[in-house]
Design a protein around this ligand. Structure first.
Ligand code: CMP
Length: 139
């Protein structure tokens, strides 16, 4: 089925001017960028967005990192978009990521891992709604 998933190009990647190269990976995989904006996340937004990780030891560091530079938030659309995006991103830790994936090519560490992508349909819908209004998504 055609799905939509939520994606973030993270600070380590925007800082190194990798937005276009990362978008090329999505498009080459058949994902369409149907919404996209560059934003400076606030600490409050980052904290809410990653609230599921609140009890993890890396939560504070993760939130500080996400506000350290602008990010690009996106909605990606395509056949099986949620899984497809996860395949294109590669494993969370770049040391475990397959050749050709975004994280293998660009990520610096498990924290500075260049991209975020939704892990399931419910989280995709929630994460899209957190950053985009319906009018901003043009399929
Ligand atoms: P993401 O998909 O954005 O969702 C949660 C993020 O937490 C994850 O990507 C990683 O970048 C980050 N993360 C996971 N484990 C660690 C860790 N041990 N140290 C720092 N950040 C981490």
């Amino acid at each position: 089925a055609i799905e939509r998933t939520f994606s973030i190009i993270k600070p380590d990647a925007t800082k190194r001017n990798l937005t276009g190269k990362i978008n090329a990976k999505f498009e080459e995989a058949g994902l369409r960028i149907v919404a996209q904006k560059r934003i400076q996340m606030t600490l409050e937004q980052a904290g809410q967005f990653y609230a599921v990780h609140k009890e993890r030891p890396f939560y504070g560091e993760l939130c500080e990192f996400m506000v350290s530079e602008p990010v690009v938030v996106q909605v990606l659309e395509g056949e099986g978009a949620i899984l497809k995006n996860r395949e294109v991103m590669g494993a969370t830790n770049p040391a475990d990521a397959e050749d050709g994936t975004i994280r293998k090519e660009f990520a610096l560490s498990v924290g500075e891992n260049s991209v975020h992508g939704s892990d399931a349909p419910e989280t995709a819908a929630e994460e899209i709604a957190f950053f985009f209004s319906g009018l901003e998504i043009v399929g």
